[in-house]
Design a binder for this molecule. Structure first.
Ligand SMILES: CC(C)(COP(=O)(O)OP(=O)(O)OC[C@H]1O[C@@H](n2cnc3c(N)ncnc32)[C@H](O)[C@@H]1OP(=O)(O)O)[C@@H](O)C(=O)NCCC(=O)NCCS
Length: 176
């Protein structure tokens, strides 16, 4: 379904659906990416709490229950993942949502985020979810720039409390 297999200097790069045995690598990728992206944005104690809730057991259970998680494999490493499904915000008239898209820090800025986004969008469209949204913290400048570069339009704003800090969020959307 994802079929994105490229050889770059003999390193195999592929996008595929996560299996329960990938849970440890996905949890590691999540931890590294979150610490790197949100340090200085989400209060430290709250950030560690959020990360600790999303360990291998959480990922294994989510994958087993059928959550859609796409991985980008770089050789024998997992460079990043995206998880996605039905749009959760009923007030927004979009079919699908990419809940998270994260790359390990050393794999950022190489075009892999675009590949993961495209694979997730295609997979959503194949199951009839043709338009989509993604939420980002407004302070997460690299993510905001990334979604703009991918043609997303800011369509809604909201906020969320993290410990004692309230942070603004922005929803980017892509039409069918
Ligand atoms: C955001 C993220 C998924 C983007 O993936 P990436 O592989 O680094 O981005 P790509 O190399 O595929 O870039 C795709 C496009 O976005 C643009 N872009 C990416 N990061 C950018 C930045 N910080 N500033 C400006 N433009 C940026 C690129 O220039 C590129 O544009 P082009 O294709 O027109 O040249 C990745 O950097 C990441 O995981 N960041 C940390 C976690 C995070 O914030 N995730 C999103 C949470 S909402």
């Amino acid at each position: 379904m994802f079929g994105s297999i490229i050889l770059m200097n003999t390193t195999l790069i592929e996008i595929r659906r996560a299996k329960p045995t990938d849970a440890v690598s996905v949890a590691e990728t999540h931890d590294e990416a979150w610490r790197n992206a949100y340090r200085g944005i989400i209060p430290g104690a709250e950030l560690e709490k959020l990360i600790s809730r999303r360990g291998p057991a959480w990922w294994e259970s989510a994958i087993r229950k059928g959550s859609r998680v796409a991985l980008l494999g770089f050789g024998d490493r997992i460079a990043g993942y995206a998880n996605y499904g039905r749009n959760r915000a009923r007030s927004l008239f979009y079919d699908g949502e990419i809940y998270e898209i994260y790359l390990r820090p050393e794999f950022q800025g190489l075009g892999f985020g675009r590949r993961l986004f495209t694979a997730a969008r295609r997979d959503l469209a194949q199951s009839g979810l043709k338009s989509l949204v993604i939420w980002a913290l407004s302070d997460n400048d690299p993510a905001v720039e990334f979604y703009r570069a991918l043609g997303g339009r800011a369509v809604a704003r909201s906020s969320e409390k993290f410990g004692n800090r309230t942070l603004d969020k922005v929803a980017f959307a892509w039409r069918a």
